[in-house]
Design a protein around this ligand. Sequence first.
Ligand SMILES: [Zn+2]
Length: 280
Amino acid sequence: MAIAYVFVGLFGLVLGSFLNVCIHRLPRQESIVFPGSHCPRCHHPIRWYDNIPLLSYLILRGRCRDCRARISPLYPAVEALTGVVLVLTFQQYGLSAAFIKYALLVMLLIVLIFTDLLTRRIPHSITGLGIGLGLVLSFFIPVDDRPLAWLGRLWDIYLEGTAGSVAGAVLGALAGGGLFYLVGEAFYYLGGKQKEYLGFGDVMLMLMVGTFLGMPLTLMTILLGSLGGSVVALGMTALSSRYRNYAWPYGTFLGIAAICTCLVGGRLLDFYLRWSGIAG
Ligand SMILES: [Zn+2]
């Protein structure tokens, strides 16, 4: 079993290398295929043996082999992060179809976390793809909608199996996109009244999260992301006046919250359902 974790981790490093390309090219609407990777300063193409995730950065000590320009430590960081998050996702879901589904979600989220952080952009090409994938996958891998199913039974609405899962994905998207406006407004007043970071990209991001996670876990994501974002924004503003007029990347916080929910949300839901007596 340990070998499976190693395999997932190494595969994650390679995928993380591809996510780096997406992160740096998609906000500028460049192709993610052509041209191949090259140094941003001397434009020399990167040799295959200098393109090994993590290892090349260490061997080259973070510099271009040709012009010695510094390579951003974000590249190896994204590779390592992708490896770690995929290993944690594998630990949670095991070798299953659900693992593939949530691995896709966390990789889409890693791209959006960094495009929003670096450029304040949440590319519709990624969120659009994600919304489509989430809806299609809800036919095959059920969304976690236990509290909603419980409410449905109270009102004699029985939507189970595939129909229940697809309805859950659609409701999750509506909750994510719709309720986001309300929480976004609250965040706007709490976070120093900067309107710039509240964009349609965030709504698309939450539509995407909704189709993958269903309504209850999407609400959990908004709650965690808003709380986390507010704590960080208020804390940093208190520490330094530099951050008073800083445009916080809300999508970055929502993305991190969605990854956390993807990893532990199901267990939190278990705990809540048992505690509230909804499920034995
Ligand atoms: Zn160079």
